[in-house]
Structure formats: C-alpha cells, structure tokens
Design a protein around this ligand. Structure first.
Ligand SMILES: [Zn+2]
Length: 169
C-alpha cells in the first residue's frame, strides 16, 4: 500500500487545496465551506465517479473509507487521498489543520449547502427574505442563486470563529 504524504498534498502554503468529500463526510464538507474551502459533496456518488471527479479537477479526496485508499494506488494512481481518522467533525477539522495547515477562519464566499460561489447583493434585495432584525442591522449580504439563500456575517458566526480559534493554536 502506498503511503500518502500529507505535506505533498498542498503544493505550497499560499495555495488553498480543493477537495471532494465522500458520502460519510457531509458535515465536514459544510464546515470547510464556512471557511471558504471549495469542497464538492454528493449524497449519492459511486467511488468511481468520485475519484474521476477528483482526478479531472485536481481535488483531494477526503474519505473515511480505508478500502478506497487501499485500492487507490492501483486503480486511481494520480488521485490524492486523505484518510480522515475521526468521526467527530471538530476532530476531523483538527486533523486537517495539523496535516494540511488549513486555516479555519470564517470566510463567507461559498454556499454552505451547495459550494457555489456567493454573489454580493444590495441590501434591498434581501428585504423580506431575511428576518427583519437582520435586515435592519446588516448592510452586506451574500446570495446563492442555486439555493435562493442569503448569507450575512452575524453573531453566530462570531461565536463559531471563537470556537475554532482554539484549533488554530
Ligand atoms: Zn447554494
């Protein structure tokens, strides 16, 4: 079995890796998107399709399935895999911080649900679409046209930022 070398997964420090997560890592995918990472995730996808997508888009496969990694050197030589060792999402993030030097700083550039890049929209467009107290207090909104969903920076994000800052040390 070919051993992966975590350092070789990221080309350099300034370049952010992009990912595709297996079916067991939906929560991790959503969290990584909160930090601005490009993470594809499908509720149903075959190993073959997942690996083909990883290869064609140079994505690192995040997987809880050690069988896929065992098969990979023979079947899918050029694809990079990272085996996620933990079940709990915080532990998973901790592993990614340690092994890939990921920066866990909230960065609302991608839709948490679908990974699409968000568009900045005028405040007026969010009127009636977000809670009134939010509309009144927030000036900048981001929008996912795919999910018809609005995002904004608010106190819950600040709380999350504090929660994850302990992982950064
Ligand atoms: Zn979306």
């Amino acid at each position: 079995m070919k051993q992966y070398n975590p350092q070789s997964l990221t080309k350099n420090d300034s370049e952010r890796p992009i990912f595709i997560a297996d079916m067991m890592l939906g929560r991790l995918a959503r969290y990584l998107r909160i930090f601005g990472y490009d993470v594809l995730y499908f509720q149903k996808i075959s190993d073959e399709d997942l690996v083909n997508k990883a290869e064609s888009e140079s994505r690192i496969v995040l997987t809880r399935d050690s069988r896929m990694i065992r098969r990979s050197p023979f079947k899918y030589g050029r694809v990079k895999f990272l085996f996620i060792r933990h079940d709990k999402v915080l532990k998973q993030l901790e592993q990614l911080v340690k092994e890939l030097n990921l920066e866990l700083k909230i960065n609302l550039i991608r839709c948490i649900e679908c990974n699409q890049i968000l568009k900045k929209v005028d405040k007026e467009r969010a009127k009636g679409k977000v809670p009134i107290f939010v509309y009144k207090s927030i000036t900048n909104f981001a929008y996912c046209s795919n999910c018809d969903k609005y995002y904004w920076s608010g106190s819950h994000l600040e709380l999350m930022n504090r929660r994850f800052s302990s992982l950064l040390k």
